[in-house]
Design a binder for this molecule. Structure first.
Ligand code: NI
Length: 173
């Protein structure tokens, strides 16, 4: 099962909205499997389909310490949120950067599982943060959209410089 290439900022696909999944077939299982492998390999705690250039509402998450609790959420929706926590966040698509972001402490989530069956659950703290981050991806939102405009501009500048240097060094990505 192949690893997929993780798209990085400022790739425009990260700004597109993902479409709802309607077919719960072998292709979906393959996509989830590839995404899980890519996430664990990175390593990361979550990955949204946009991040591998697939505009479908699919996220995989494993927020466990032991890395043995894979969760695939299809068409996820956060329908309630309370409290707020500010904590450090990072993203596989926003490389070499981390920043503090304010999120709901507790959320209620509706989604479908890989078989197309509805699931509903409450997430708190770190797990809630990861779900909010991944659902943002499906809407074309990056966590750097939640930081100050100044910090975002500085990251943009840093990233542009990094891309120029990579290009000068003859790297192809
Ligand atoms: Ni991310």
């Amino acid at each position: 099962m192949p690893l997929r290439n993780i798209r990085t900022y400022p790739d425009p696909v990260l700004r597109r909205k993902a479409e709802q999944v309607t077919e719960f077939d072998e292709n979906l299982k393959q996509l989830v499997s590839n995404m899980a492998e890519t996430m664990y390999n990175a390593p990361g705690v979550g990955l949204a389909a946009n991040q591998i250039g697939v505009l479908q509402q699919v996220v995989v998450i494993d927020a466990s310490e032991e890395k043995n609790n894979l969760m695939a959420l299809i068409n996820p929706e956060i329908f309630d949120g309370e409290g707020s926590v500010t904590d450090e966040e990072a993203c596989l698509s926003v490389i070499d950067y981390g920043a503090k972001v304010k999120r709901f402490q507790k959320i209620k989530v509706k989604a479908l599982n890989i078989e197309g069956k509805p699931v509903e659950f409450t997430a708190e703290d770190w797990f809630a943060r990861v779900v909010q981050h991944e659902v943002d991806h499906l809407n074309g939102v990056l966590y750097i959209d939640h930081i100050s405009a100044l910090k975002r501009a500085l990251y943009k500048k840093k990233r542009k410089k990094q891309l120029r240097e990579e290009q000068a060094a003859g790297h192809d990505k």
